[in-house]
Write a protein that binds this ligand. Structure first.
Ligand code: XIL
Length: 351
């Protein structure tokens, strides 16, 4: 059922829920195309992150598997999940998400190999020499990326390496190994899975500024040294109160002009609660603008929302008093943002 129609019927009290849309990102029986199908028409993906606890929610999975043509595991591939004890690897959660993606013909963005958050205690609390930590990092990357070799579209190899002012973030990796850990991580990931697209990924780099400049300079120098790097991921955790990142399109383009892919990897647009019609309209406009910015840059390969429904958004737990950040509400009903994204994709695809 087209979501507009369903929403209208729901508003009229005629139906209470949208039936799960048909499998694979194909036009549904009323001829409306899904976000995934519309993005595919422009040779891009429109994806949603997901997380393992959500796999018991069949209505949720119905929309995830039909509306989107890419997914990212929100937590399953983080270090604490994949190597909970030193040298003991666990891929059960990652496999659950990957299997779902494969069954629904969705591409899979793997997230993430090197990050300072959600590390296992043994790593956080340990004291390691540079040689020891280098060996630990190499083994982690080689084992995890090796296990998923040939099965993932891309890896976020290093996540959130810079501070807001463009200096290197003081993490266990930077502190112990120096800035060269980034090039090493990319090289090891490439050896483990030569066909995966390798990304650096961060937040607050949507606009041109000190932090995105730091990435620009880093990837330029990595390219000059022939370090394997394929793309930069712009997380896109936006908030209405901070204003729209006006230079997003220009910024995506300057990275693309370095010969890189770019992607919006964790898009959500939060607001102070309660939501109201005005805020939801502004949010919808921003979703459309981000979508159009990506569509305007040939090497912008796709957009991923950081889950698709407010039911499972990470925002309320982390940003007090904020939420309503995603294109579907807590009852899995599309919000104005959904139609705005769809219309933006449609106009680009020549529909
Ligand atoms: C978030 C997850 O969505 C939450 O479930 C978890 O509790 C914390 O991490 N930037 C990232 C993501 O790169 O990995 C984060 O995901 C959100 C911010």
């Amino acid at each position: 059922m087209p979501h507009r129609l369903a929403a209208a019927l729901a508003a009229a009290g005629l139906v209470t829920a949208i039936a799960a849309t048909p499998a694979s990102a194909a036009p549904d029986r009323h001829g409306d195309k899904t976000l995934g199908r519309l993005a595919a028409d422009t040779h891009r993906y429109f994806g949603s992150a997901t997380d393992n606890p959500e796999f018991s929610d069949t209505a949720y999975l119905g929309i995830l598997g039909s509306e989107f043509n890419s997914t990212t595991a929100g937590n399953a591939l983080k270090w604490y999940a994949t190597e909970p004890q030193q040298g003991v690897f666990d891929f059960t959660q990652g496999d659950q998400v990957l299997d779902f993606a494969r069954r629904h013909h969705m591409s899979f963005r793997a997230h993430t190999l090197v990050w300072h958050n959600q590390l296992p205690d043994w790593l956080n609390n340990g004291t390691f020499t540079a040689d020891e930590l280098r060996a630990i990092l190499k083994k982690h990357i080689t084992t995890v990326a090796g296990y998923y070799k040939g099965k993932v579209y891309s890896w976020d190899v290093v996540n959130e390496a810079f501070n807001e002012d463009g200096t290197y973030r003081d993490t266990i990796f930077y502190r112990t190994l120096g800035p060269g850990y980034i090039a090493d991580a990319l090289r090891w990931a490439h050896q483990a899975d030569p066909h995966a697209k390798l990304y650096l990924n961060d937040y607050n780099i949507e606009a041109i500024g000190p932090k995105s400049d730091a990435y620009y300079n880093l990837v330029k120098s990595l390219k000059a040294q022939h370090v394997p790097i394929d793309g930069v991921g712009f997380q896109g955790h936006l908030a209405l109160q901070y204003g729209y990142p006006e230079t997003l399109q220009q910024n995506l383009r300057r990275f693309a002009d370095l010969g890189l892919d770019v992607a919006v990897t964790e898009l959500d647009i939060r607001m102070y609660l309660p939501a109201d019609a005005t805020k939801l309209a502004t949010q919808a406009d921003w979703y459309a603008r981000v979508t159009k910015a990506c569509l305007a840059v040939r090497r912008c390969v796709g957009i991923t929302v950081w889950d698709y429904t407010d039911k499972y958004s990470w925002i309320p737990a982390v940003f007090q008093g904020e939420g309503a950040a995603l294109p579907y509400d807590e009852n899995l009903q599309p919000k104005p943002a959904y139609a705005a994204i769809r219309d933006a994709l449609r106009s680009a695809g020549g529909h």
